[in-house]
Design a binder for this molecule. Structure first.
Ligand code: GRF
Length: 182
């Protein structure tokens, strides 16, 4: 079973997935929309082929991505810090097989800087959500959520660290549970 990770940035979640023993699928492709993103070097380190593109027009780029996914035999897609919204072309081809991870308890704090949003809002609890995607920004059916308490002496940085730790164990776990139940 082959899957692709889509990422635009650092790739700490990509790395956590790659470091998982007994992952229920092979990560056979990294799709990245930003030349020079650190996740690309991480993929190279693990010997994962990369597909880096830069296309302004959604319909064109999704068609190109789908061709690449099909050519690589990809059946699942895991978004991990991918900063583009999936359009109908991609959603139709991989319906019910595209997951995303987001650092908040959705529907609270969607979009960019979810950790900063929660921190500034002064809420006592935030967390991590793994969900199927749809055409919205961080919308789509929720699969699992894990809470993270915001401590009295937390800084945005310390909170971010704890949220990332939760992300790194939760995403591979959910991927395995989901793929094994199929
Ligand atoms: C993660 O917090 C993820 O939840 C969000 O984007 C961030 C990506 O971080 N969608 P990284 O590139 O995996 O380090």
């Amino acid at each position: 079973l082959k899957a692709a990770v889509f990422a635009s940035g650092t790739g700490s979640n990509f790395e956590a997935i790659m470091e998982t023993k007994h992952l229920a699928c092979e990560i056979a492709l990294l799709v990245c929309d930003k030349a020079g993103a650190s996740v690309i070097a991480k993929a190279e380190k693990y010997g994962v082929p990369t597909f880096v593109f830069d296309a302004p027009d959604k319909a064109t780029y999704e068609k190109v991505i789908i061709d690449k996914l099909e050519e690589s035999g990809i059946s699942w897609i895991f978004l991990a810090g991918y900063m583009r919204i999936a359009g109908p072309t991609l959603l139709r081809s991989y319906e019910g097989r595209i997951l995303n991870i987001h650092p908040s308890l959705l529907p609270a704090f969607p979009g960019v800087d979810a950790i900063g949003q929660a921190f500034r809002a002064g809420v006592g609890t935030t967390g991590v959500t793994v969900h199927y995607i749809d055409e919205g920004i961080d919308t789509g059916p929720i699969i699992v959520q894990e809470k993270v308490t915001i401590l009295k002496d937390d800084t945005e940085e310390s909170l971010k660290k704890r949220i990332q730790q939760v992300e790194h164990q939760l995403y591979p776990k959910v991927i395995n549970q989901l793929l094994q139940s199929k």
